[in-house]
Design a protein around this ligand. Structure first.
Ligand SMILES: Cc1ncc(COP(=O)(O)O)c(C=O)c1O
Length: 390
């Protein structure tokens, strides 16, 4: 049997944002989509079986989360991150972005300042702006392709009456897995200035071998009480269309507020297939994840070597986690504002334009390499050909 992840699955006409919306998003239908963060692989067979079993049951009424699912999640985090969670701290929601918006509504007021570290996943901006809160930006420092936190600037900004920090760990799009001393400093500053820490850890299961994810809440009792951790099986097991995520809030007063606010939005009811899939994933799919990470590591190696050898104008900022690589295209003879059009119309490849992640993304593109090797190679060759013609 060949490698599970080598199998190409036709995703066209499947309500796929990545594959069916290229005309609307890029102005060209016939491109190879290497953008939005889902994978072109099938989910683990155990997840598919659980969904089929549930579909065959044939009754799809209102849902309630069972303790079995919370326990599966707790055991997963204990095994993978060595963090012991009390079942009373756990809630579930239809998505991490829903949980970010809910946190903003529950824990801040209109006009309050919220800090993010840029470049960053673009809904961080819209969640703050759309809810009428003030955006405060702490730019990450790009030290010759290695991104670090500017702690001096972070302290200065947090001291200016910031109420909440939305932290991305591991970080999308620059792919850092924050080290213990970096996490310690972020946590200490948030505690010092009484800033509530919302830690988006959706990418925390997809960490490459030399690195280790540490949940920031697990650093100390104080951080535990002063943080909300957002996690989800959707990136890890490719379940984004099933709308499921979890929220860990050890401070029970904060948890109550979050729960009440989520209920007010009416978005608290969970998808029956998301629940089945999450439980199967957390209890039966660790081996699959191990194989997935090996495959992603080897795709990353292929991508990095290919650009080094054939397209030296593109520098890969090597991610320590996730299947998204941040490409520095500033050495190409294409103006930054024309990069997206160049890759779309000249190469026929759709990537995320760096500028959507913040001004620091000017001259960058984000490529999604979670696809079978044949598709990856097709995309890389298309890019190489278009650049050769410049
Ligand atoms: C950092 C980060 N948070 C949240 C999400 C989306 O989460 P959800 O689909 O659960 O709203 C993504 C998806 O790319 C992401 O990269």
């Amino acid at each position: 049997m060949g490698n599970f992840f080598d199998k190409t699955v036709d995703r066209k006409n499947t309500f796929s944002l990545k594959w069916d919306c290229c005309e609307a998003r890029f102005g060209k239908a016939d491109i190879l989509p290497m953008w939005v963060a889902d994978m072109d692989f099938q989910s683990p067979p155990e997840v598919i079986e659980a969904i089929i079993r549930r579909a065959e049951h044939g009754v799809f009424g209102y849902t309630e989360v069972s303790e079995k699912l919370s326990d599966a999640l707790i055991s997963w985090i204990e095994r993978r991150n060595n963090w012991t969670i009390d079942r009373r701290w756990v809630l579930h929601s239809p998505g991490v972005v829903t949980s970010i918006n809910t946190s903003i509504l529950a824990f801040t007021e209109v006009g309050d300042k919220i800090l993010i570290q840029t470049p960053v996943y673009y809904p961080f901006y819209s969640s703050i702006n759309d809810n009428g809160r003030q955006l405060v930006v702490n730019s990450l420092k790009n030290n010759n392709g290695y991104y670090e936190i500017d702690f001096e600037d972070l302290e200065k900004k947090l001291a200016e009456d910031v109420k909440m920090m939305i932290f991305c760990s591991p970080h999308n799009p620059i792919g850092r897995v924050w080290k213990k001393d970096e996490l310690d400093q972020v946590a200490a500053l948030c505690l010092k200035y009484n800033v509530l820490l919302i830690s988006d850890e959706i990418h925390s299961d997809l960490v490459f071998k030399e690195y280790k994810h540490i949940p920031i809440a697990s650093l100390s009792q104080e951080t535990l009480n002063h943080s909300v951790t957002l996690i989800s099986p959707t990136k890890t097991f490719n379940l984004a269309g099933l709308s499921h995520s979890s929220v860990i809030i050890p401070n029970l007063e904060l948890k109550r507020k979050f729960k009440d606010t989520l209920a007010k939005t009416g978005a608290g009811m969970l998808n029956i297939f998301g629940l089945e899939a999450a439980e199967a994933a957390y209890t039966r799919c660790e081996g699959w994840l191990k194989d997935l990470i090996l495959y992603l590591e080897s795709n990353l190696e292929t991508l990095t070597q290919y650009f080094e050898k054939n397209v030296p104008g593109i520098k890969v900022i090597r991610p320590e986690a996730t299947y998204l690589a941040w490409l520095d295209c500033s050495a190409l003879p294409v103006p930054a504002e024309k990069l997206k059009a160049f890759f779309t119309f000249k190469a026929g490849v759709g990537m995320n334009d760096g500028i959507t992640f913040g001004k620091e993304g000017y001259g960058f593109q984000r490529i999604n390499f979670a696809c079978p090797r044949t598709l990856l190679m097709e995309g890389l060759q298309k890019i190489e050909k278009a650049i050769a013609k410049l």
